[in-house]
Design a binder for this molecule. Structure first.
Ligand SMILES: Cc1ncc(COP(=O)(O)O)c(C=O)c1O
Length: 380
């Protein structure tokens, strides 16, 4: 048996998504910029996909731009907003994804601006009062970049509340929503927000396809120059089958949101309860009983001879999970997220992340293997 519990990293592509994409690989191969029949065919598919994405998020199609994924969208929002608004101060958090963290750090190194870090608590909750204090202290229009849900521990931020705080100080607000698009409802017309990012491979779509939402009130320059694709905002021949797959995957996700989310939430809670009753030393990282991704369970075990290679041993046992850290060998000390929330460095954190394709039987299998891999042998 092989169990895939690494869905926060990427997901299995849905069969219906593959079926929607195939014609754009086989017969509908025209360059969307071409004016002939084949070009018009793929152009129409892209515009249909744009409408689907916009409708799913209650945005306007003119606010959706296709990209290669979450990393590019985050880079584009931050770099282009800084350029367009002559931003001198960015407020972000110490638990952002690398695509935000390294972009803001790079801009600071370039000498263009100062990066301020908003405080987070031990559950990974962003302190929105501190965000306000920082905006008051800065005293000029700044860029706020905060993630909707943390990819390692799953803690979520109240997007509307954060938006309202930003509105008070006229801040430009970017939210990395890569882990929440297609998993939670969005109403972008009602939310004070300028940019969000999405990546198809996080919701059973293809890799290499993503989007950025840019609120109509914002005009930014492109990040990639060349042709006039994406209304001059993102040059380069479009990834047509990726875009078609992204829209199909998003449509499926939102059509089945309530039943899928309930199913996955139950599965995750089941695993949490099973771990608690079988492994007394287990604990959980993140806002586990509060506002948290239902797709993520970050479990923590004492560091000892048996657990220091836990991730590798899980893999050998047929279980694909992930550690939050770049170095996956053992203790928590390589994860900037676990470090920022002051997680105990003498514990080993494993992120189990779920999708609609996981089952209770798989969870039982994982818990049974964990019992063997984590428990210390009884001394005789
Ligand atoms: C929160 C978050 N932001 C951004 C990204 C980057 O997305 P992509 O892999 O599509 O570039 C990821 C992917 O792991 C993520 O989890």
């Amino acid at each position: 048996m092989r169990v895939y519990l690494d869905n926060a990293a990427t997901t299995q592509i849905d069969r219906q998504v593959i079926d929607a994409m195939i014609p754009y690989m086989e017969s509908h191969y025209g360059n969307p910029s071409a004016i002939h029949f084949y070009g018009r065919e793929t152009r129409a598919a892209i515009e249909k996909a744009r409408k689907t994405v916009a409708k799913s998020l209650n945005a306007s199609p003119s606010e959706i731009f296709f990209t290669s994924g979450g990393t590019e969208s985050n880079n584009m929002a931050i770099r282009c907003a800084v350029h367009a608004f002559n931003i001198k101060h960015i407020i972000t958090s110490p638990i952002e994804h690398q695509s935000v963290m390294y972009t803001t750090e790079a801009l600071e190194k370039e000498g263009a601006l100062t990066v301020h870090l908003v405080q987070v608590d031990e559950k990974g909750c962003v302190d929105l009062d501190h965000l306000e204090e920082l905006m008051i202290e800065i005293g000029e229009r700044c860029l706020v970049s905060l993630m909707h849900a943390n990819n390692e521990v799953g803690t979520m931020m109240d997007l509307n509340e954060a938006g309202e705080r930003c509105r008070k100080y006229d801040a430009i607000f970017h939210c990395d929503s890569v882990q929440t698009v297609a998993h939670f409802p969005f109403d972008l017309q009602k939310t004070y927000i300028h940019f969000i990012s999405g990546a198809a491979h996080k919701f059973h779509g293809p890799k290499g396809a993503g989007f950025i939402y840019i609120n109509h009130s914002v005009k930014i320059p492109p990040m990639i120059f060349g042709g006039s694709q994406e209304r001059n905002m993102r040059a380069g021949t479009e990834n047509v089958y990726g875009i078609v797959g992204l829209a199909k995957a998003l449509e499926i996700s939102y059509d089945h949101l309530s039943e899928t989310s309930e199913y996955i939430r139950e599965l995750r809670n089941y695993m949490m309860e099973e771990l608690k009753s079988n492994l007394p030393d287990v604990s959980f990282n993140g806002d586990i009983d509060g506002s948290c991704l239902y797709t993520v369970l970050n479990a923590s075990f004492p560091l000892n001879n048996k657990t220091q290679l836990l991730l590798f041993n899980l893999d050998i046992a047929g279980i694909c999970a992930s550690s939050g850290s770049a170095c996956s060998s053992g203790s928590n000390k390589n994860s900037h997220v676990l470090e920022a929330i002051h997680s105990d460095p003498n514990r080993v954190a494993i992120r189990f992340s779920f999708s609609k394709y996981n089952t209770k039987e798989e969870v039982d299998f994982v818990v049974s293997k964990l019992k063997l891999l984590v428990s210390e042998p009884v001394a005789v």
